[in-house]
Design a protein around this ligand. Structure first.
Ligand SMILES: [Zn+2]
Length: 56
């Protein structure tokens, strides 16, 4: 058995979505809690690789 997790074993319920560039599944991170809606890329590399480059 693993040591008792303080997280209630709810990890599988974390949201996830595919990276807009590489399609890799990104699992919700605490660091993204405040801007999860705006997280589109799994990494800085993908952010730079995004093809659409129009400035709003
Ligand atoms: Zn990516």
């Amino acid at each position: 058995m693993k040591s008792a997790a303080s997280y209630k074993g709810n990890k599988k319920n974390l949201p996830s979505k595919p990276c807009q560039v590489c399609g890799k599944d990104m699992t919700w991170r605490k660091a993204w809690a405040k801007n999860w809606e705006q997280v589109l890329y799994c990494s800085e590399a993908c952010k730079k690789n995004k093809t659409s480059n129009k400035s709003t």
